[in-house]
Structures are given as C-alpha cells and as structure tokens.
Write a protein that binds this ligand. Structure first.
Ligand code: TPW
Ligand code: MG
Length: 540
C-alpha cells in the first residue's frame, strides 16, 4: 500500500468516518487516492472555512476524529480561523494539507501559494495544533502518523499533517496505533479519594459538565455517576447539549446573570462545584452574579485535576470518571431536581416574531415530531438555542466565530445521517450560507432558520450609536431555489408555525426559513445577558 492509503486506513482506525475538503494542484495527487481508494467518503464544499467547520462539527457530534483536507497555501491558510476555533474548543480535527514536493524547493523559483518561506504554513499551524508532521520520509511515516493521531485524540485538539505531493504514492508500511498511556494507579486513587471526600462533606455539591465529557465519550458514565452520587447536574454555556440523550439529573445551563435564576443560584451557592471537562473561559464564567472562587472548585480538565490549591497531573478524564464509578458502584441515590422550564405553545397569530418565539416554535415542533440535533452560529441565535429543550448542539460557544452554523450543520448530517436544524443570523449567513448549495449533491436536507434582523444585532446591543451595524435585507428566501433548496420568508407567528410544519414534511431538499425580526428585538436570554453585563459593569 502507498503512504496516502496507509494514512487513510489509520484515520479510519482512529475513528474518522469521512473527509471534508477542497483540492488544489498541490492536493490533486492525494485527493485522487482518497477518491479511488474509497477508504473514507469525501465531501467537497465551496470555501475552506466551511470545510474546517464541517469537519469540526463531525468530530464534535461523534466524539471522534474530524478530517479537513486542503491544498497548500491558499487552501490551508484560508482555514486558519476554523482550526483556531477547533483548538480553542478542544475539537479533535485532523488537518491534511498537500505540500510542495521534496525537490521543488531546489528550483530556484518561488513557488505559487508560498507565503514567506516554504515552511511558513507549517509554522503557522504549529500555533493552532497540538502536534504536526510533514510526511517527507516513508520509513518514518507510520510512526509519525501514529504519534500525531494519538496526540489528536489524547489532547482532543487539532493536528496538522502535510503531504508533499511527490510522496503520496510512495510505498509505506501499516500504521500501528500507539498504546494508551499508562496512568499511575496510586495517584488516581488518591485523587478520587479526595474528590469523593469533598463531595461527601459538601452541603450542596453541584456537577457542571463541559465539552471534554463529550469529546472523550463519557456522557453515559457521567450521567450514571451523577445519579449514584445524587449530584444535581448543570452544563456550562459551552457544554449546552451535553447529556441531552441521557438519564441524568440535569437542571439546566449555567449562564450567570444571563441564565435562569434558579440555575444561577444553585451553582453560585454551591459549596463544592465539580467542574468536569469544563473550559474555564469568560463565556462560561465571566457573567456570574456572585463571583465563583475557582480555588474552591474541583476541576478535571486537560488531563489533570485541580483541587483547592493542588494539582494531580497526568490523569485523563476517562480514568478519573471510570475510577469514580468503580468506587461508587450504586445503587442510584433517591433525590430529585427541578429542571429549568422552556417556553412552549406558540400562538399562531399575526404578531411579529421574536427570537424567543422561534425557540417556542422549535420546542413545539420537536414535541410533535422528534428531536433534531442543532448546529448554531454565533449571534442571538445561540442565545435563543438556550431556550430550546435539551438536544444535541454544536456551536462556537467560547471562540465565538461567525460562519460556523451552516457548514457545521452539513457536518452533522454527513456524520450522523440525521436531519439537523441550523440556527443562523443574517450576518453569519452572509459569510458561509452559500455552502447550502452543496446539499443537493449529497442528499442533505437540513432545516435552516435564518434570523434576519437586517443587522449585526449583537454588536448593536453593545454600541447602539453605530450605524455600521445596519445591514441590508438580502432575499435569502428567493436564493434558496437556485441553490437546490426551498425558501420561504415569514413575518408572523402563524407563518412561522406553518413554515416549520411544511419544512418537516418536505424531505430531500434543504428547507430555508427566512424569519424577519424587527431590529432591536432580542431573545429573552440575550436581553438578560445584556442587562446583566450592563449591571455588572455599572457596579465596577
Ligand atoms: C468571524 C464579531 C459578533 S456578533 C456579530 C459580529 C459581527 C454580529 C452577528 O450578526 P448576525 O446575528 O449573524 O446577523 P445577530 O443576531 O447578532 O444579528 N467576525 C467573525 N466572528 C465574529 N464573532 C465577529 C466577526 C461579531
Ligand atoms: Mg442579524
């Protein structure tokens, strides 16, 4: 077998299920092998940011590797923002890039797509990936590939693999996956003892679950653990969507001043907050009503556990959770929590639509039909997603990049085969909405809700005096048919309800619903967020 085939088999063995990509001349040779070998299906999109977002979403939803394949320079550098987002939010994304052949650098000419030096791209990607390799040695390639893919899964962070174009068909040996890293059993026991003792002594312990729980495939185990320990569970803003398919004592999502007061109270008054796989970032914690003293929490993240003033290093999250389960064999503790309520029962009247009306309509729809996985963009749509009942969600809750929603939704459908719901603002749709044009070729049929307020509304909330936040009305609904889907524009609650019912009933084509929302009308959650941030700032 050749080097590219061995790489593809290794990707598959490590959990990858498909490849998203856009070729170029430096990538044509390895793309040919991807297509002809049929080891993994290839989905081409239109713009590299979309390729990165789709592959990232596939990684997030399946808790396995996502693969984004691009060409050198113009292709790979076009994907920097998506890879940075995956790095920040701990998504195991494998970047494959074509590269100049080993002897091309000797021509004396600058090569097209070269930025500063032929190595610039490798150096740039070093900053936003946890491991890198250029496959310029077929002997070493199997061990290098094994190392890089192990790093990707171990850290749950992106990695970079550059394939010089004259190397793709070199004979190459099989990639043998690395053995799992050893964990010190004594350190693990000491750590688990201390966690269990702290939780046992606490009057009001709370478990907050974050993205690593999904990244490492631990949702069912964490649900069991919370039942056995009698721990009420909340997710962070970033962790929204976690445990939605599990039998867990889930109360809601912690958002400080922007969240439901019951959840905020529960978390901020806890005397033992157990942060499991939680990224300690501002979107999760900066909006606290009462500042959380991180030194008093238990934090398991990035392969280590911090308790109070000390750290247990080299303890992977899975090892900690598994050992805790062994130590707490059950049965479940009898206790109950009061889950956060969500808006339901949208009147189908002639009133104009608010973002919270959209959440209400989606809740009604999912109650009547079945749950759908959601991909959300950044903008009020993501705050609105917090008002939709718990269901699988991928969203850039921390890195907060626009342009994620539509391509991520395509990634969800490719990865799960399920029909996704995409939530996206008009500003974000202007960035990457065009990727919907690829649905027809692959039979994808997402339902796309465009929150059209002709505005960069989130920015307006922070700086209302600036007129540059006014956008024009684009005819998104009319554009849908040219791109192979159906589009409709709705302005009243009755129209929204009818359009959603119709979208669910129509399979095989993407269904775009352009929802006209008056400028200045926010979801209840974003309104609470803005009011809360203003209140916190005024108190400073
Ligand atoms: C890639 C900065 C954050 S929110 C926002 C901008 C420009 C406005 C979003 O407008 P949209 O949604 O999509 O119409 P809404 O609900 O606010 O009206 N560039 C990138 N990412 C970010 N986050 C920005 C700029 C930003
Ligand atoms: Mg907008």
């Amino acid at each position: 077998m050749n080097l590219t085939e061995q790489l593809l088999h290794a990707l598959k063995k490590h959990g990858a299920q498909q490849i998203f990509g856009i070729p170029g001349d430096f990538a044509l040779p390895y793309f040919r092998i991807i297509e002809e070998s049929q080891i993994l299906p290839l989905y081409t999109l239109s713009h590299e940011p979309g390729v990165g977002f789709a592959a990232d979403a596939a990684a997030r939803i399946n808790g396995s590797l996502g693969v984004a394949a691009v060409t050198y320079g113009a292709g790979a550098l076009n994907m920097i923002n998506s890879v940075a987002a995956a790095f920040a939010e701990k998504s195991p994304l494998v970047v494959l890039s074509g590269g100049p052949g080993k002897n091309e650098s000797r021509s004396g000419l600058l090569l097209h797509h070269q930025a500063k030096t032929l190595d610039s791209q490798f150096q740039i990607f070093k900053e936003i990936t946890c491991d890198q390799v250029r496959l310029d040695d077929a002997e070493r390639a199997p061990a290098d590939i094994a190392r890089v893919l192990a790093s990707c899964l171990r850290h749950s962070e992106p990695v970079y693999i550059e394939i010089p174009r004259d190397m793709v068909a070199e004979p190459c040996a099989e990639v043998v996956p690395e053995a799992a890293q050893k964990v010190d059993p004594d350190a693990l026991d000491a750590c688990v003892d201390e966690i269990l003792e702290r939780l046992a002594q606490a009057k009001s312990p709370v478990l907050m679950v974050g993205v690593e729980v999904r990244r490492y495939g631990l949702e069912d185990k964490v649900a069991t653990l919370s039942r056995r320990l009698g721990l009420p569970v909340v997710t962070s803003f970033m962790g929204r969507g976690l445990l939605s398919e599990q039998d867990a004592p889930l109360v809601g999502t912690y958002m400080g001043v922007a969240g439901f007061p019951e959840v905020t109270q529960l978390v901020e008054s806890s005397d033992s907050l157990f942060l499991l796989g939680e990224i300690i970032c501002d979107t999760n914690f900066a909006v606290s009503e009462t500042k959380i003293d991180m030194r008093k929490t238990i934090q398991a993240l990035n392969g280590q556990v911090n308790i109070g003033y000390h750290t247990y290093s080299k303890l992977p999250l899975a090892a900690v959770v598994n050992r805790m389960l062994e130590r707490v064999p059950g049965p479940d503790k009898a206790f109950s929590v009061t889950p956060q309520l969500f808006p339901v029962g949208l009147p189908d009247d002639g009133q104009s639509i608010t973002p919270t009306d959209i959440a209400t309509a989606v809740n009604d729809l999912m109650a009547k039909h079945s749950k759908m996985p959601i991909a959300s963009d950044m903008g009020d749509c993501l705050f609105t997603a917090m008002e939709i009942k718990h269901t699988a969600l991928v969203a850039p809750g921390y890195y907060a990049t626009m342009g994620f929603g539509v391509p991520a939704g395509l990634g969800l459908q490719a990865a799960t085969g399920e029909r996704p719901l995409i939530l996206v603002g008009d500003g974000a749709f202007q960035m990457t909405g065009w990727e919907l044009g690829n649905c027809r070729r692959y039979g994808w049929d997402p339902i796309v809700l465009v929150f059209n307020n002709a505005s960069w509304e989130m920015l307006r909330t922070f700086q209302p005096e600036s007129s540059f936040n006014n956008l024009d009305h684009w005819g998104f609904a009319e554009m849908a048919s040219g791109m192979g889907g159906d589009g409709v524009r709705v302005g009243t609650r009755a129209e929204l309800k009818a359009a959603l019912d119709n979208a669910v009933a129509t399979r095989g084509k993407f269904q775009l619903i352009e929802i006209t929302i008056p400028r200045g009308v926010l979801s209840d959650t974003l309104a609470r967020f803005v009011a809360g941030v203003k209140r916190l700032n005024a108190a400073k």
